[in-house]
Design a binder for this molecule. Structure first.
Ligand SMILES: Nc1ncnc2c1ncn2[C@@H]1O[C@H](COP(=O)(O)OP(=O)(O)OP(=O)(O)O)[C@@H](O)[C@H]1O
Ligand SMILES: [Mg+2]
Length: 260
């Protein structure tokens, strides 16, 4: 039983002599649905890479804690079963002639594609089909990933992330490249995923992506946590104007949040 998705204390990442994440301290518990919001280059995807163990803190001292799912050290493939990831890097990796169905099946192996040593069982096939039905993409299962639209492609990658029934689904810029209708539909999918007891961490720079199930928002600015709190307390015009360095007004209507 996992208690904490993240316990980070004084975590820093340095690249090219620049601190791109500065003394990050944050705890995320199981059961929370979170948005990470911040402008381009604020460190959101770097934070995701710490979470997925693609990178580690650049240095540690007595005050540094960097635990993911209650542990400091993880076998990556084991972690993949607890945490489903959909990022632009993964979308890029799957940009070849692999079918949607094969992509979903590859989620069981945490691999980019299916290989001869992968034993696909009848149980896996059944689960993959269930997930494609859930995502409403079964009719596209024989299409190649490199000719799908961005929205279709993302849905297959989400189905791939969900086959191993992760505790948490982490999405980096899920509505990038999606038109308004596709973004709206995407939010419905997210709501459905949360309703089926998978928690979501959604990294974005669009307030439109914030669905009612998201209770907490963590704002990143210049490699630091600028605000962290409940959406209804922290998401306001003043904080957004400071976050994006431009005067904006937040509107909340029945479609969700908008910035003007
Ligand atoms: N390997 C690297 N070497 C040098 N600089 C890097 C490296 N990786 C990231 N950076 C820099 O760190 C900063 C944060 O990058 P990151 O990708 O985490 O931002 P982001 O908040 O995800 O931005 P976006 O919204 O554009 O995706 C950027 O200035 C980026 O150029
Ligand atoms: Mg990013």
């Amino acid at each position: 039983m996992i208690h904490n998705i993240i316990n980070f204390s004084n975590v820093s990442v340095i690249r090219s002599d620049k601190k791109i994440l500065k003394d990050i301290s944050v705890d995320i518990n199981t059961g929370e649905n979170i948005v990470i919001l911040g402008p381009n280059g604020s460190g959101k995807s770097t934070f995701l890479k710490l979470l997925t163990r693609q990178i580690y803190p650049s240095y540690t001292d007595d005050s540094t804690v960097c635990r993911v799912c209650d542990r400091t050290v993880w076998d990556i493939s084991e972690l993949r079963h607890l945490m489903g990831i959909v990022s632009n890097d993964i979308q890029y990796d799957f940009n070849f002639d692999i079918t949607g169905y094969e992509t979903v099946l590859s989620g069981f192996f945490g691999s980019v594609g299916l290989f001869t040593n992968h034993k696909v069982t009848a149980v896996m096939e059944k689960k993959a089909k269930e997930m494609m039905d859930f995502m409403e993409i079964s009719h596209l299962q024989h299409k190649y990933m490199n000719i799908m639209s961005a929205g279709e492609n993302k849905k297959f990658l989400i189905a791939r992330a969900l086959v191993s029934e992760p505790k948490i689904l982490v999405l980096d810029e899920p509505t990038n490249n999606l038109d308004i209708a596709a973004s709206k539909k995407f939010k419905d999918i997210l709501r459905k995923i949360i309703a089926h007891k998978t928690n979501v961490i959604c990294i974005t720079h669009q307030v439109f992506d914030i669905i009612p199930e998201i209770s907490r928002i963590i704002m990143f600015k210049e490699g630091q946590i600028f605000q962290d709190g409940e959406v209804r307390e922290v998401l306001n015009s003043e904080n957004l104007s400071s976050l994006f360095n431009i005067k904006v007004e937040l509107i909340n209507n029945k479609e969700g949040y908008l910035i003007i």
